[in-house]
Every structure is written in C-alpha cells, then in structure tokens.
Write a protein of this length. Sequence first.
Length: 167
Amino acid sequence: MSVAAVASMISRSSGSGDPGLVFIAGAMHDIGIYASQRLGPTSFKEVIAQVDDLSPTHAVERELLGRDHGELGEAILKQWGLSEEIQAIARHHHDADQQLDSPHAEAICCVAIANDLCSRSGRAAISRNNLDPPSNAVFKRLNIDAGLLTILGQQLYAALNSASELN
C-alpha cells in the first residue's frame, strides 16, 4: 500500500493524473510478483536468487522466465476487467521513460517514481532496492522540479506512515 499512498501523493502534488486511479494502480502495480510467487514458487525462488544490486528483478524475470511481473500483472488485471490505464501502469512501471508519449504517461510516471521512493525507503515487494531510478525525463513529464521534489521528500514519510495504517 506504500506505493499506492506515495503515488497518489505525487499525483495530487504535481497535478498529474487522477489521484484515486493512481492510488488503485499503485496498490496493484506488483500483482504480477505475488502471482509469480504463488503460481511458480520454484522458478520465483530462482529469480530471487539471481537478483543483485546490478540486476533488477524485472530484468532477471525476463531472462529466466521470458516475461516480467509487469507483463503478468497486466494480463491478470485485464482478466479482472480493470481499466486499460491500470493495466498499462502495471505493465510499464519499470519502463516509464519509454512511455512518456502514452495516453497513460502521467499515471505511469507517478507510480514509477513512487515505486522507486518506496523501494529506497525499505518498502518494496522484494526486500532489496535494486531498481533503476526513473530518468530525469520521467520527473520532467510530471513537471517535478527541485522545489517540488523537496516538498515530496518532506511529505514522503507521512504518506508511508498512512500506508502502514492501511496494512
């Protein structure tokens, strides 16, 4: 729920996307990780064993499994009938810089930044922070400059604490 709370905060603070939809997407963005753990525990353990500081989880998943948790998450959310935007966020939260012209770019960028901030704060689906940080273009897409980033940093722990209450 941490990514959901922080992504919604970013959406509100930057005036980007719908904060409610971004919250839901943030809550669902890693559904593919949980499905992988449940459906293929042995192969998921192999993925985790090969993840290190230079090898992000999604890259190891692609190498070993031929797909990553974003692709799996997108398929699950489609089957559940969630919106195309929420599906796109699950699919692209690790490649937001390649989605800057997408109709869902703002929401994807909110979740990508939140995912990175939460991971760096010790709140991640996988226990290690091995994500590539979002590019400067992702922050620019949301008009997040140094001043707004400072404000977001000041609000980060309040958002994380409110997310803890939701668990």
